[in-house]
Write a protein that binds this ligand. Structure first.
Ligand code: ADP
Length: 158
């Protein structure tokens, strides 16, 4: 079974990493798909986001790769012959968004299914957007992102 995990990952944080590590046990192969041009304000280039993910995934995990994609996630999944799209659910409004998107993806590519994993308790409130805002204002996000991301945020905001 093959899955893709699409997202902006701007930047990767511990909530994303927790999901990747858990999903690597669920799928034979997982591709972390970095969306090249999200509509939201982006801090890191696609290449920087890929590097940050590469350097933060536990090296003992061998069945995960990272690629940049553009266009529809379902088309990208189909081209990779992946059967599943992985998404994460934090408490609250993620469900409505993910549910609506999963139905649209199902309409576009009925053979691809969406698998959602619940966020672990300690990462329920972790959002890339909040991490960027707190870092920009000089706050400490040490427990929320891997150390290479801390360094990269310092370079952007110092
Ligand atoms: P964010 O919402 O943090 O800006 P992305 O757009 O990169 O992140 O999200 C990609 C996927 O990861 C989405 O399915 C999102 O719900 C999920 N995700 C984001 N943060 C978490 C978290 N803390 N725990 C579990 N899943 C998460």
């Amino acid at each position: 079974m093959k899955g893709i995990y699409p997202g902006s990952f701007d930047p990767i944080h511990n909530g994303h990493l927790d999901l990747i590590h858990r999903a690597s046990k669920l799928f034979d192969h997982l591709t972390v798909a970095v969306y090249s041009e999200p509509e939201k304000n982006i801090l890191f280039t696609a290449e920087e986001r890929v590097k940050l993910i590469e350097n933060s995934i536990n090296s003992s995990i061998k069945n995960v790769d990272i690629v940049v994609f553009s266009g529809l996630a379902v088309e990208f999944a189909k081209n990779l012959q992946a059967e599943f799209i992985l998404r994460g659910l934090r408490a609250g409004f993620d469900f409505e968004l993910e549910f609506e998107m999963a139905l649209m993806w199902k309409k576009l590519q009925p053979e691809i299914d969406v698998v959602c994993l619940m966020s672990s308790l300690e990462y329920q409130f972790v959002y890339s957007s909040r991490i960027k805002e707190v870092s920009r204002l000089g706050g400490n996000v040490t427990d929320l992102v891997p150390s290479n991301v801390i360094d990269a945020l310092k370079v952007k905001f110092d």
